[in-house]
Design a binder for this molecule. Sequence first.
Ligand SMILES: [Zn+2]
Ligand SMILES: [Zn+2]
Length: 362
Amino acid sequence: MKKFNLPKKMRAVVTYGPGDYRLEELPVPSPKAGEVLIKVDHAGVCASDAKCFYGAKHFWGDETRDGYCQPPITAGHEFAGLVVALGDGAEEKHGVRVGDMVVAEQIIPCGRCRYCITGRYWMCLLHDIFGFRQSVPGSWAEFMILPAASRIYKLPDGMSGREAAVIEPLACSIHAVQRAEIQLGDVVVVAGAGTLGLGMLAAAKLRGPSLLISIDPREYRLRAAEKMGADLVLNPRKEDVVSKVRELTGGCGCDVYIDATGYADSVLPGLLMLRKLGTFVEYGVFAEPATIDWTIIGDMKELNIHGAHLAPYTFPLAIDYIHRGVIDVSNIVTHELPLEKYPEALKMVHEAKESIKVLLRP
Ligand SMILES: [Zn+2]
Ligand SMILES: [Zn+2]
């Protein structure tokens, strides 16, 4: 077995509060029974990381509820890394060895709650996700522990870091597409052409839609959407997207609308451009609540409203699609920055002026 000489200290970006993240020196953790220590190769900056940094209520709470984030905690839930040490029994438990490149799912299921024991671990009551919850420090660090309950996958030989970086978001996109229950020949609209929206386009394409439409206000993202398989791209700043979709569908509307924007403004247009009995999938963390007239959902259209969260059982599929080139992810990673430039990376993701997926390299 390979041996790595590990340093005593490592750099890590620690979340203290909205706008208050600090680059700190922390001890390199050592793996306990069933745990895996990885050297982080790269860590993705998710839109949710930017929302957390910029103070979204979901993470920090308000009068009505507690926030999801538990500071102080090392940030980051997207990553791939090299296995450098294994706790007792970890090799057998996870099927990985020192020297393997691995990824792990964002959530660490408790294994005991009603959801976990019925196989719906992604809804785990405890809901520990790397980088947000106190017990599971994240990937914006040189080293990171994958706890015994982690869902770990070894990467195929020859997969590049840039490909590996897209596994987590693509797995999420695949789940959203599964929730959309797309039928052959459906007209499908994906709102938002960031990392998740682009993955959804590629996955939706595999379901054989008759027309696959991408909506995004940023032209550079629409160009990426075309590369990911969109038949048509629409810019809501330039045209009335609801009328356009109705016009393209003989006045009926689209069969499926998947929202990957995370913006409240995209909910109503989606409900309006869907046909009656259509399906709306919501995959986003909203910075602000969406206020809409629910009459559209019941009385007017009898819509199916499907939430989608995380990436249950879809990591192996995402790895396979990327590895075999079924989905080409080469256009998704646009920037790589050293770990200490995390403020710049967060700003880049927040502003979305030219970036799609931004990576940090510890
Ligand atoms: Zn994410
Ligand atoms: Zn659970």
